[in-house]
Design a protein around this ligand. Structure first.
Ligand code: GDP
Length: 497
C-alpha cells in the first residue's frame, strides 16, 4: 500500500540527505553544516550509491592519507622504486592522485571536483598540492579524520605546478614513446589536461581513451594539472559508464553534489560571508544574484553590456521595470515593513547582489532604482561586496574574497550570470540553480535574445578532447554519448544533460 507520507516541518537537514559525513567537529568548520541554511533546498536527487561511494572513499583516505604508514610506504616506493619492488608488489597498496593548482579559483574548484570523481572511480586517494600561500585558509578539510593536503616537505616530485606538455613523464609523452604497457609500470606519471592539451602532437587527450586509462591503471602516483571541468569527459570512457550511471542516475547535477560535498569555506571566509549576508541580504524576501564577467576574447563595451543585463533582467522578470516618472506620488514611497502604507500591497524586498571585478554595473543598476521607482512597488536594494579591478589568483586575500562572493551568490533565489565563466558555474552549481546566462557578444554587440535559461546546472567542459578513440582521429564529443552535448554558452565545449 501507499506509505503514509506525513509532511511535518522538516528540521534542518544538516547532512544534506547523507551527502556529508557526520564525523566532523562543527566549530573547526562552521560552514560545513550551515551553508545549506542559507540556500534554497536542493531539488536534485542524491543516489544512495553515491553516498556509499563517498563513505567508502573516506575510509580509504583515512587508511592511505598523509600521516599513515601506508602513505609512508607509498612515498618510499616513489623515492626508490627498484628497492621496494623486491619486497612486495601488493596490489592492495594505496595509489594516489595529486592535484596541482592552475588558473583562477573557479577553474581550480572545477578541476579538483573532476579529479575527485576520477579518484572515486579509480580507487585513488586525492591529494591537494599547495605550493604557495594563495590557497591557505580557504577551504576546510573535506574528508573526516584525515588531511587532503600533500605534505610538501620531502615530497620527491618537485615543481609540479610548472609541468606542461613537454614534461617527460606525461601520459601523452609516455604513450608517444610506446611505453603505455611498461612492466613494471613507472612509479609516477603526469596527466596534462590544461586547455592546451588538445594541440596537435600532444597526446594527453588519450586520457579519455582506453589506451590512456590502461597506461595509468597500475601507476602508484598520478600528478594532474588541469584548468578544466573534465567530468563530462569521464562519461565518455566506457569502463566508467556503469559506475557513473549508478552514482548519478540523473547526470545533470554532478558538480552540484560533489561541489557541496568538497567545498566548505574556512572560518575566515565564512566570517566574511556571514557578515555580508547579515548586513545586506538576510532581510530580503527575494535574492537575485547577478554575476558580471568580461573576457578579452569576447569584447563588449560597458554601455552595451549594461544594456544587455537590463534587457535580460527586465525581459525575463528577474528585476522589475522602472516607472517612467521619478516623482510619482502613487506608491513610490512604499516603506518595507511599515504595514499602514497607502498602497495596494506591501512592497516586497528584493535584494540584488552584483558580483564583478568592475563597479560600473552595480552603480548603474543601483542608480536606476534610486532615480525611478520599481513598477509594481517592489523595494529593490542593490549591493556589491568588492570590485577588485583585476584577477590576482596568487594572493590569498583575493581568493578568500572570490570564494566569499561565490558563496553569497550561491544563496540566490534567481541567478543571472555571464557565459563561460567558471566563477559563475561554481556559484550557481552550488546553489543548484539553472541560471539565466548572458550570451557571448557577437561583434561587440549583445546578441538577441540577450540571455537564455541554462539547460542544466552543470558546468561546461570548455576543452573536450574532440577525439574518436576507436578511429584514432578527430571526433565530435558532443555527439559521442547520449548525455553529453555541446554547451549553449560555449559551442566547442560539452556538458552533461
Ligand atoms: P573565470 O575566469 O570567470 O572562468 O573564473 P575563475 O574563478 O577561474 O578566474 C577568475 C578570477 O578572477 C577569480 O577566481 C577571482 O580571483 C577573480 N574574479 C573574477 N570575477 C570576480 C568577482 O566578481 N569577484 C571577485 N572577488 N573576484 C573575481
Amino acid at each position: 500500500g501507499a506509505d503514509p507520507v506525513v509532511k511535518v516541518a522538516q528540521p534542518h537537514d544538516r547532512l544534506l540527505g547523507g551527502l556529508l559525513s557526520p564525523d566532523f567537529n562543527d566549530t573547526s568548520c562552521l560552514s560545513r553544516y550551515r551553508a545549506s541554511l542559507y540556500r534554497r533546498r536542493s531539488l536534485h536527487v542524491l543516489s544512495s550509491h553515491l553516498v556509499s561511494a563517498l563513505r567508502r572513499y573516506e575510509s580509504l583516505h583515512r587508511l592511505c592519507g598523509p600521516g599513515t604508514s601506508a602513505y609512508e610506504r607509498a612515498v618510499a616506493r616513489l623515492r626508490s622504486p627498484s628497492s621496494s619492488n623486491t619486497t612486495s608488489d601488493a596490489p592492495s597498496e594505496c595509489s594516489y592522485l595529486v592535484w596541482t593548482p592552475h588558473a583562477g579559483l573557479g577553474n581550480r574548484m572545477l578541476s579538483i571536483t573532476s579529479a575527485f570523481l576520477y579518484a572515486l572511480l579509480t580507487g585513488r586517494v586525492l591529494l591537494f598540492h599547495r605550493p604557495g600561500d594563495d590557497m591557505k585558509d580557504l577551504f576546510c578539510e573535506p574528508f573526516p579524520g584525515a588531511t587532503w593536503v600533500l605534505p610538501e616537505k620531502d615530497f620527491p616530485i618537485r615543481g609540479m605546478e610548472r609541468f606542461g606538455i613537454r614534461t617527460r613523464e606525461s601520459l601523452g609523452n609516455a604513450l608517444g614513446r610506446g611505453e603505455g604497457g611498461r612492466d613494471p609500470p613507472p612509479p609516477w606519471m603526469y596527466v596534462h589536461l590544461r586547455h592546451d592539451y588538445t594541440r596537435p602532437g600532444a597526446s594527453d587527450r588519450l586520457f579519455f581513451c582506453d589506451d590512456g586509462q590502461d597506461a595509468l591503471r597500475r601507476v602508484g602516483w598520478v600528478v594532474l594539472l588541469s584548468d578544466n571541468y573534465f567530468v563530462p569527459g569521464l562519461f565518455l570512457i566506457p569502463r566508467y559508464e556503469r559506475e557513473l550511471s549508478r552514482m548519478f542516475p540523473r547526470r545533470d547535477a554532478v558538480f552540484h553534489h560533489l561541489g557541496r560535498y568538497l567545498f566548505h569555506p574556512s572560518n575566515t571566509v565564512w566570517g566574511m560571508v556571514m557578515r555580508y549576508h547579515g548586513s545586506y541580504l538576510a532581510k530580503a524576501e527575494e535574492r537575485v544574484g547577478v554575476q558580471v564577467r568580461t573576457f578579452s576574447w569576447a569584447p563588449i563595451s560597458t554601455d552595451e553590456l549594461y544594456g544587455q543585463i537590463v534587457s535580460c533582467a527586465q525581459g525575463e522578470n528577474i528585476l522589475p521595470r522602472v516607472r517612467e516618472s521619478s516623482s510619482g506620488s502613487d506608491n513610490a514611497t512604499a516603506i518595507p515593513g511599515s504595514g499602514r502604507q497607502q498602497q495596494q500591497r506591501p512592497a516586497r524586498r528584493k535584494a540584488v547582489l552584483v558580483v564583478s571585478l568592475h563597479g560600473e554595473y552595480y552603480e548603474r543598476i543601483r542608480d536606476m532604482y534610486y532615480e525611478h521607482g520599481a513598477a509594481g512597488g517592489d523595494a529593490v536594494s542593490v549591493f556589491q561586496p568588492t570590485h577588485l579591478g583585476g584577477q590576482r589568483s596568487e594572493e590569498r586575500m583575493h581568493n578568500q574574497k572570490a570564494l566569499a562572493e561565490m558563496m553569497l551568490l550561491s544563496f540566490s533565489d534567481v541567478a543571472l550570470t555571464s557565459a563561460a565563466s567558471t566563477f559563475g558555474y561554481v556559484s550557481h552549481g552550488l546553489a543548484g540553480l539553472r541560471p539565466w546566462v548572458l550570451m557571448v557578444p557577437v561583434r561587440k554587440k549583445a546578441p538577441n535574445p540577450p540571455c537564455r535559461l541554462a539547460a542544466t546546472v552543470e558546468p561546461c567542459f570548455h576543452t573536450p578532447p574532440h577525439y574518436d578513440c576507436q578511429a584514432r582521429t578527430k571526433g565530435d564529443n558532443g555527439k559521442t554519448v547520449r548525455h553529453v552535448r555541446h554547451c549553449e554558452d560555449l559551442k566547442d565545449g560539452v556538458q552533461l544533460v
